[in-house]
Ligand binder design. Structure first.
Ligand code: AP5
Length: 222
Protein backbone atom coordinates (compact mmCIF):
# COMPACT_ATOMS: atom_id res chain seq x y z
CA UNK A 1 0.00 0.00 0.00
CA UNK A 2 1.28 3.45 -0.86
CA UNK A 3 1.90 5.67 2.15
CA UNK A 4 -0.44 8.62 1.78
CA UNK A 5 1.63 10.91 4.02
CA UNK A 6 2.58 14.20 2.40
CA UNK A 7 6.17 15.33 2.08
CA UNK A 8 6.43 19.07 1.62
CA UNK A 9 9.30 21.51 1.25
CA UNK A 10 8.82 25.22 1.86
CA UNK A 11 11.32 27.79 0.74
CA UNK A 12 11.60 31.54 0.51
CA UNK A 13 13.76 34.49 1.48
CA UNK A 14 14.46 35.33 5.14
CA UNK A 15 11.23 36.45 6.87
CA UNK A 16 9.08 35.50 3.87
CA UNK A 17 6.73 33.78 6.32
CA UNK A 18 7.90 30.17 6.26
CA UNK A 19 7.64 29.61 10.02
CA UNK A 20 4.27 31.39 10.20
CA UNK A 21 2.79 29.26 7.42
CA UNK A 22 4.34 26.06 8.75
CA UNK A 23 2.47 26.54 12.01
CA UNK A 24 -0.82 26.69 10.07
CA UNK A 25 0.07 23.80 7.75
CA UNK A 26 1.21 21.53 10.59
CA UNK A 27 -2.02 22.26 12.49
CA UNK A 28 -4.29 21.40 9.61
CA UNK A 29 -2.41 18.53 7.96
CA UNK A 30 -0.62 17.00 10.95
CA UNK A 31 2.76 17.08 9.21
CA UNK A 32 5.94 17.08 11.28
CA UNK A 33 7.49 20.55 10.97
CA UNK A 34 11.27 20.35 10.61
CA UNK A 35 12.97 23.75 10.45
CA UNK A 36 16.71 23.77 9.78
CA UNK A 37 17.09 27.13 11.54
CA UNK A 38 15.26 25.84 14.65
CA UNK A 39 17.44 22.71 14.76
CA UNK A 40 20.52 24.93 14.59
CA UNK A 41 19.29 27.28 17.31
CA UNK A 42 18.55 24.26 19.52
CA UNK A 43 22.12 23.04 18.93
CA UNK A 44 23.48 26.47 19.88
CA UNK A 45 21.43 26.33 23.09
CA UNK A 46 23.14 23.08 24.13
CA UNK A 47 26.52 24.86 24.06
CA UNK A 48 28.07 22.12 21.89
CA UNK A 49 31.07 22.62 19.63
CA UNK A 50 28.83 22.28 16.55
CA UNK A 51 26.50 24.88 17.99
CA UNK A 52 29.34 27.33 18.55
CA UNK A 53 30.58 26.84 15.02
CA UNK A 54 27.07 27.17 13.56
CA UNK A 55 26.53 30.45 15.35
CA UNK A 56 29.60 31.99 13.74
CA UNK A 57 28.09 31.42 10.31
CA UNK A 58 24.58 32.47 11.29
CA UNK A 59 25.89 35.75 12.67
CA UNK A 60 27.34 36.49 9.26
CA UNK A 61 24.16 35.46 7.47
CA UNK A 62 26.01 32.65 5.73
CA UNK A 63 25.08 29.00 5.28
CA UNK A 64 26.25 26.73 8.07
CA UNK A 65 28.55 24.02 6.61
CA UNK A 66 26.90 20.85 5.27
CA UNK A 67 28.84 18.69 7.76
CA UNK A 68 26.66 20.11 10.51
CA UNK A 69 23.33 20.73 8.79
CA UNK A 70 22.87 17.69 6.58
CA UNK A 71 23.09 15.03 9.29
CA UNK A 72 20.97 17.09 11.63
CA UNK A 73 18.11 17.24 9.13
CA UNK A 74 18.54 13.64 8.04
CA UNK A 75 18.38 12.37 11.63
CA UNK A 76 15.15 14.27 12.23
CA UNK A 77 13.59 12.95 9.01
CA UNK A 78 14.48 9.40 10.02
CA UNK A 79 12.41 9.54 13.22
CA UNK A 80 9.26 7.42 12.93
CA UNK A 81 6.80 10.32 13.33
CA UNK A 82 8.10 11.99 10.15
CA UNK A 83 7.52 8.84 8.16
CA UNK A 84 4.10 8.12 9.61
CA UNK A 85 2.61 11.62 9.53
CA UNK A 86 4.56 13.12 6.65
CA UNK A 87 7.01 15.97 6.90
CA UNK A 88 7.18 19.68 6.24
CA UNK A 89 10.75 20.75 5.66
CA UNK A 90 11.41 24.44 6.23
CA UNK A 91 14.66 26.18 5.27
CA UNK A 92 16.29 23.09 3.83
CA UNK A 93 17.75 22.46 1.25
CA UNK A 94 19.44 25.82 0.71
CA UNK A 95 22.09 24.67 -1.74
CA UNK A 96 22.45 22.13 -4.49
CA UNK A 97 24.73 19.99 -2.31
CA UNK A 98 22.10 19.86 0.45
CA UNK A 99 19.40 18.92 -2.04
CA UNK A 100 21.57 16.22 -3.57
CA UNK A 101 22.43 14.80 -0.16
CA UNK A 102 18.76 14.54 0.77
CA UNK A 103 17.93 12.79 -2.49
CA UNK A 104 20.78 10.38 -1.80
CA UNK A 105 19.17 9.46 1.51
CA UNK A 106 15.93 8.70 -0.35
CA UNK A 107 13.90 11.71 0.77
CA UNK A 108 11.85 13.23 -2.04
CA UNK A 109 9.21 15.94 -1.63
CA UNK A 110 5.82 15.77 -3.37
CA UNK A 111 5.70 19.52 -3.68
CA UNK A 112 8.09 22.44 -3.33
CA UNK A 113 6.38 25.64 -2.16
CA UNK A 114 8.19 28.89 -2.87
CA UNK A 115 7.04 31.98 -0.96
CA UNK A 116 7.63 35.10 -3.03
CA UNK A 117 7.82 38.38 -1.11
CA UNK A 118 9.07 41.83 -2.14
CA UNK A 119 12.35 42.94 -0.60
CA UNK A 120 11.09 46.03 1.23
CA UNK A 121 8.38 43.91 2.87
CA UNK A 122 11.01 41.40 4.04
CA UNK A 123 13.07 44.00 5.86
CA UNK A 124 10.03 45.35 7.71
CA UNK A 125 9.02 41.81 8.73
CA UNK A 126 12.48 40.98 10.08
CA UNK A 127 12.92 44.13 12.11
CA UNK A 128 9.47 43.79 13.74
CA UNK A 129 9.66 40.08 14.47
CA UNK A 130 9.58 38.89 18.09
CA UNK A 131 9.46 35.36 19.54
CA UNK A 132 7.81 33.95 22.62
CA UNK A 133 10.41 31.69 24.28
CA UNK A 134 7.66 29.93 26.28
CA UNK A 135 5.28 28.91 23.47
CA UNK A 136 7.60 29.27 20.48
CA UNK A 137 5.01 31.49 18.80
CA UNK A 138 6.12 34.05 16.19
CA UNK A 139 4.88 37.62 16.65
CA UNK A 140 5.30 40.91 14.81
CA UNK A 141 5.16 44.24 16.64
CA UNK A 142 2.92 45.74 13.96
CA UNK A 143 1.14 42.81 12.29
CA UNK A 144 0.76 40.27 15.10
CA UNK A 145 1.27 42.04 18.41
CA UNK A 146 1.28 39.92 21.60
CA UNK A 147 -2.14 39.23 23.16
CA UNK A 148 -1.24 40.18 26.73
CA UNK A 149 1.18 42.36 28.70
CA UNK A 150 2.66 39.23 30.22
CA UNK A 151 3.61 37.83 26.81
CA UNK A 152 4.83 41.25 25.63
CA UNK A 153 7.26 41.43 28.57
CA UNK A 154 8.95 38.13 27.78
CA UNK A 155 9.32 38.44 23.98
CA UNK A 156 12.81 38.02 22.55
CA UNK A 157 14.50 39.00 19.30
CA UNK A 158 16.72 36.72 17.22
CA UNK A 159 20.42 37.66 17.17
CA UNK A 160 20.38 37.79 13.35
CA UNK A 161 17.25 39.96 13.02
CA UNK A 162 18.83 43.33 12.35
CA UNK A 163 18.55 45.30 9.13
CA UNK A 164 22.27 44.85 8.51
CA UNK A 165 22.18 41.07 9.03
CA UNK A 166 19.06 40.52 6.97
CA UNK A 167 20.85 42.11 3.99
CA UNK A 168 23.57 39.49 4.34
CA UNK A 169 21.01 36.69 4.72
CA UNK A 170 19.20 37.93 1.62
CA UNK A 171 22.32 37.95 -0.47
CA UNK A 172 23.10 34.37 0.61
CA UNK A 173 19.55 33.43 -0.36
CA UNK A 174 19.89 35.01 -3.82
CA UNK A 175 23.17 33.22 -4.43
CA UNK A 176 21.65 29.79 -3.80
CA UNK A 177 17.97 29.79 -4.63
CA UNK A 178 18.22 29.20 -8.39
CA UNK A 179 20.32 26.07 -8.08
CA UNK A 180 17.90 24.54 -5.58
CA UNK A 181 14.91 25.50 -7.74
CA UNK A 182 16.45 23.89 -10.78
CA UNK A 183 16.29 20.52 -9.06
CA UNK A 184 12.63 20.81 -8.05
CA UNK A 185 11.24 22.84 -10.94
CA UNK A 186 8.69 20.18 -11.95
CA UNK A 187 7.04 20.24 -8.54
CA UNK A 188 7.53 23.91 -7.62
CA UNK A 189 4.47 25.99 -6.77
CA UNK A 190 4.98 29.75 -6.41
CA UNK A 191 2.97 31.40 -3.67
CA UNK A 192 2.37 35.14 -3.40
CA UNK A 193 3.66 35.87 0.11
CA UNK A 194 3.04 39.64 0.09
CA UNK A 195 -0.56 39.34 1.22
CA UNK A 196 -2.03 38.65 4.68
CA UNK A 197 -1.17 35.52 6.61
CA UNK A 198 -4.67 34.11 5.95
CA UNK A 199 -4.50 34.86 2.23
CA UNK A 200 -1.10 33.21 1.94
CA UNK A 201 -2.40 30.15 3.76
CA UNK A 202 -5.47 29.94 1.48
CA UNK A 203 -3.15 29.53 -1.53
CA UNK A 204 -1.07 26.85 0.21
CA UNK A 205 -4.13 25.08 1.54
CA UNK A 206 -5.61 24.66 -1.92
CA UNK A 207 -2.34 23.21 -3.25
CA UNK A 208 -2.04 20.73 -0.37
CA UNK A 209 -5.71 19.74 -0.41
CA UNK A 210 -5.61 18.74 -4.05
CA UNK A 211 -2.28 16.99 -3.57
CA UNK A 212 -3.68 15.01 -0.63
CA UNK A 213 -6.72 14.03 -2.72
CA UNK A 214 -4.52 12.89 -5.59
CA UNK A 215 -2.42 10.74 -3.27
CA UNK A 216 -5.48 9.25 -1.65
CA UNK A 217 -6.96 8.35 -5.02
CA UNK A 218 -3.65 6.86 -6.17
CA UNK A 219 -3.24 4.72 -3.06
CA UNK A 220 -6.86 3.51 -3.29
CA UNK A 221 -6.37 2.23 -6.82
CA UNK A 222 -3.56 -0.23 -5.99
P1 AP5 B 1 16.22 30.48 9.46
O1 AP5 B 1 15.94 30.39 10.89
O2 AP5 B 1 15.66 29.45 8.59
O3 AP5 B 1 15.86 31.92 8.97
P2 AP5 B 1 15.38 32.50 7.56
O4 AP5 B 1 15.41 31.62 6.40
O5 AP5 B 1 16.13 33.75 7.44
O6 AP5 B 1 13.86 32.64 7.77
P3 AP5 B 1 13.18 33.25 8.99
O7 AP5 B 1 13.03 32.27 10.08
O8 AP5 B 1 13.90 34.53 9.32
O9 AP5 B 1 11.78 33.72 8.42
P4 AP5 B 1 10.46 32.96 8.04
O10 AP5 B 1 10.40 32.84 6.58
O11 AP5 B 1 10.26 31.73 8.86
O12 AP5 B 1 9.41 34.08 8.47
P5 AP5 B 1 8.42 34.20 9.74
O13 AP5 B 1 7.27 33.30 9.54
O14 AP5 B 1 9.17 34.14 11.01
O15 AP5 B 1 17.81 30.48 9.24
C1 AP5 B 1 18.64 31.28 10.03
C2 AP5 B 1 20.09 31.01 9.70
O16 AP5 B 1 20.40 29.64 9.99
C3 AP5 B 1 20.50 31.20 8.24
O17 AP5 B 1 20.85 32.54 7.97
C4 AP5 B 1 21.70 30.24 8.13
O18 AP5 B 1 22.87 30.84 8.68
C5 AP5 B 1 21.30 29.09 9.03
N1 AP5 B 1 20.62 28.03 8.29
C6 AP5 B 1 19.28 27.72 8.31
N2 AP5 B 1 19.00 26.69 7.48
C7 AP5 B 1 20.18 26.33 6.92
C8 AP5 B 1 20.56 25.35 5.95
N3 AP5 B 1 19.66 24.52 5.37
N4 AP5 B 1 21.88 25.27 5.62
C9 AP5 B 1 22.80 26.08 6.17
N5 AP5 B 1 22.50 27.03 7.06
C10 AP5 B 1 21.20 27.17 7.44
O19 AP5 B 1 7.88 35.68 9.52
C11 AP5 B 1 8.73 36.80 9.69
C12 AP5 B 1 7.95 37.96 10.37
O20 AP5 B 1 6.90 38.42 9.51
C13 AP5 B 1 7.25 37.55 11.67
O21 AP5 B 1 7.30 38.60 12.59
C14 AP5 B 1 5.80 37.28 11.25
O22 AP5 B 1 4.90 37.50 12.30
C15 AP5 B 1 5.61 38.26 10.10
N6 AP5 B 1 4.72 37.76 9.05
C16 AP5 B 1 4.70 36.49 8.52
N7 AP5 B 1 3.77 36.40 7.55
C17 AP5 B 1 3.22 37.64 7.44
C18 AP5 B 1 2.18 38.20 6.59
N8 AP5 B 1 1.58 37.46 5.64
N9 AP5 B 1 1.87 39.50 6.76
C19 AP5 B 1 2.51 40.26 7.70
N10 AP5 B 1 3.46 39.80 8.53
C20 AP5 B 1 3.82 38.50 8.40
Amino acid sequence: VTNEALNVMISGAPASGKGTQCELIANKYGLVHIAAGDLLRAEIATGSQNGKLAKQYMEKGQLVPDEIVVMMVRDRLLKPDSKENGWLLDGYPRSLSQATALKGFGFEPHTFLLLEVDEDVLVERVVGRRLDPVTGKIYHLKYFPPETEEIAARLTQRFDDTEEKVKLRLSTHHQNVESVLSLYKDITVKINGNVSKEEVFAQIDSVLTSLAEQRKAASGSV
